[in-house]
Design a protein around this ligand. Sequence first.
Ligand code: PMP
Length: 412
Amino acid sequence: MFSRWISASNDITRQFLSFGVRPDFISMAGGLPAAEFYPAAAISHATGRALARWGAKALDYGPVEGFLPLRQHIAERMARQTGCAVTTDNVLLTAGAMQGLDLLGKILIDPGDRVVAQYPTYVGALDAWRPRLPSYEALDWVQNGVTTVDVLRAAKFVYTVPNYSNPTGALVSTAARQALLEKVLEAGTWLIEDDPYLPLQLDGAVGPSILELHGRMEKAEPYQGPVIYLGTLSKSIVPGLRVGWAVAAPELIQALVLAKQSADLASSMLTQAVALELLEAGLEQTHVPHVVHQYRERRDALCTTAATELGQWFEWETPPGGMFVWMRSRNPAIDTDALYEHAVAEKVAFVPGSVFDPHGRLRSAIRVNFTRNAPAVLEEGIARLALATRRYLDSNSLRTKPRVQRTGGSLP
Ligand code: PMP
């Protein structure tokens, strides 16, 4: 009866949240920042300032579009960052980028509509859109020539996380972004650029966003183009603020506003007013470099230990940013859904690849988070995962025939 809402993947997401609170358990599953670095004192002071500045307004229902001074702040920031003519009419403030994904599914997807999505695909987007019954086509970056204008023309929209994708951590080149943008413009479809990991640049810097690339070509004010950009303060400040934003053409923002109104009336004015104080005080400029430094150490600790402990079974690229290492199995006998059960028995968790596949068939890879736990905890987590892998392979070596391994990059 609830089948459109409930799936293996949203059940597994619920499980991860419960693992996170078990003290004997090491969860490398959630996409969570390091809670010990949350800037609690700055948030406490900002809350006092917000209440003194805005009084009862900060405690009231607010406009569906979002708290106007914060909308203006975000519009100016996005205009500065991208060179696009972003005005407040282009901005909707949302309860995290996740709400942007959910609302976009509601206004754009009719049952059976085709979505061209970067593959493997962020599980939150798949979960949000599942009740809308889309069909999926894998986005093959355009330099490979596979995603053609015809494929894009037949799609309602394209979905991509070009900066340090969830789950793979991959960074898409500027040339590939430009090529995709040109095909999207030719096809006349929408493109969702989901960019939560922009602040977490661990090695080097990211290239221009797709919105910025479009801003170089298109100067109409307010911005009218097909790019729908999703941003968030979850990684640069804290996820608990639940402040995110969508930048899009005004006609699309107006449709999103109606969808948001029926979802939650409006976001919390208090957290929006607090977010404004934090942004005006320049908190990100001090906080982000601090966490990036810590996350680089954590990523390196995880990858170094994994090279010794897991290298015989898995391979991966060290991600240049973001929160995840995407480990692909070298051994066709490993089914990562089955390995997950053994890992949980050893009190360690990762996210099995299948939840990032609309059809649940990607069972040869795992997503491992490196931001939530301290280096020593990650090392212990990887040791437990190695033990689980050994036990799993011992237990099924006589029973399981080798599987044909899926390589990813295309959806059935
Ligand atoms: N998009 C992607 C790709 C994500 O990984 C996440 C969360 N980890 C989100 C959107 C949602 O982020 P939030 O709602 O916290 O802004």
